[in-house]
Every structure is written in C-alpha cells, then in structure tokens.
Design a protein around this ligand. Structure first.
Ligand SMILES: [Zn+2]
Ligand SMILES: [Zn+2]
Length: 236
C-alpha cells in the first residue's frame, strides 16, 4: 500500500496532469477523473437568476419570454443551458471537441447530471448527432462519447435515434443561414416502433436553436409528444 502511494506521488511529480483551463500542473489530482483545477471551476460562468422559460437565456429587462423567442415557435418545449459560452467553458468545449481531451467529458457529464432537473428514471435522452465529416479523417463523435459515459456512470437511458447528413459547419452562419443549413439534414435512424413519449435532446451549445429545433421537428413528426433540450452552454 505504501509503495503504491509512493509510486503515485512519484508519477505525479515526474508526469503531472495539467489543468485544461490554466495549464497548471495538477499535482496529486489522480483521484479526480477530469483535468480541471478547483480554481478554474469556480471561474466558469453559470447561467443563473431569471431565465427565459423557452431558451433559458438570462433575462435582463424582459419580464417573461425573451425577445428572440417571443415571435418564434419551436418544436421543443424549452431549452436549459448550464453555462455562458465564453471564457473558460468555451476553451474546455474546444479542447474536448477538437483536441480530443476526452477526460473532460467526465467534467461535462458531472455538471449535466448534477443539474438534471426534469430527468426521471423513464426519461429518454437523445444526443444531437454530430456533423459527419467528408474524407478519411473521421471526426470525434463527442456527444455520443459523452452519452456513453452518462449511460455507464449514471445509468441514464440513452437512445441514438437520430442521424445527420453531411453539410456545412453552422459556425459563422446567420440565424436564417443556420436554419437553411440544417433543414432536412436530420433523420430518424430507422423506423422505430417503440418511440418514447418524451425525450430530452442533448447538445453541447445552444446558439439560435436551429439544430435542436430540426431534431425536435423530426422526433415530433415521428410521434414523440414532448421534446426538451439540455445543453452545456448558451452562445449569445
Ligand atoms: Zn486551472
Ligand atoms: Zn428565449
């Protein structure tokens, strides 16, 4: 036992993990499964206070529904986002998605699970499908990977019901452009006889809601009665 502890201390000193946020060496962090230091976690900007009941943006001067949701009908009932997509959380999502820092998935999963208000044992979670990339470079299916951990660690009922056709990246497109770009690209994977009555769609970032809305449209057209959306961060 003592030698195991000694080896752990030695390996921490020789090959320390580094915080994905500030880059500091995470000495004696082996007990934690994700590489973010405690100091960085406190700096992440969470969405709290009065929110729009539809998209979950924090309300400043509005009383009820925010201006962007007021004249828009979504196929989903509401979205809940945990963080503001800026600063450290933007960096962590970037590192997870594009640099494949896979242990960060444990951090997101923990946050999602701790804040899962409308989840009960019967709720079915459907990950928003990642955009397939053309060519030989296979992309990292980051939401599928995250869902796998949710299923394994927290026994969340996950069903990969949706698929996505290749298309342009959503980044940089206007609200209308996003809508056009995603329209018709989300498909039900196969005709499912036992579709759930209600689902929670899981995505990383909520921007205009175009992708979530298209997924919700496909699911409701197929017979799902209620779709809620749960996202890690909200991009303003
Ligand atoms: Zn840090
Ligand atoms: Zn809103």
């Amino acid at each position: 036992m003592k030698s195991a502890l000694f080896l752990r201390i030695l390996s921490d000193l020789v090959l320390p993990q580094h915080c994905a946020g500030c880059g500091d060496a995470l000495l004696f962090n082996r007990g934690s499964i994700f590489p973010v230091c405690a100091n960085c976690i406190t700096k992440i900007k969470r969405i709290k206070g009065k929110r729009c009941p539809v998209c979950s943006i924090d309300l400043v001067s509005e009383d009820d529904i925010c201006t962007r949701c007021r004249d828009k009908a979504f196929y989903f009932r509401k979205n809940v986002s945990l963080f503001v997509f800026s600063g450290l959380i933007k960096e962590l999502i970037y590192q997870y998605k594009f640099k494949k820092v896979k242990p960060l998935a444990h951090f997101f999963v923990r946050e999602l699970f701790m804040n899962w208000q409308s989840y009960n044992g019967n709720t079915v979670v459907v990950p928003v499908p990642s955009r397939p990339r053309k060519g030989l470079r296979k992309n990292f299916m980051h939401l599928e990977y995250l869902s796998g951990i949710l299923k394994k660690t927290y026994k969340i009922n996950i069903r990969n019901l949706l698929g996505r056709l290749p298309g342009r990246q959503m980044k940089g497109l206007t609200r209308e452009g996003r809508q056009l770009n995603i329209s018709g690209r989300i498909l039900l994977k196969s005709l499912q006889a036992d579709l759930p009555e209600s689902v929670i769609l899981l995505d990383d970032i909520f921007t205009t809601g175009a992708t979530a809305n298209e997924c919700a449209r496909v699911l409701t057209d197929a017979g799902v009665k209620q779709v809620d959306v749960f996202t890690i961060a909200m991009e303003y």
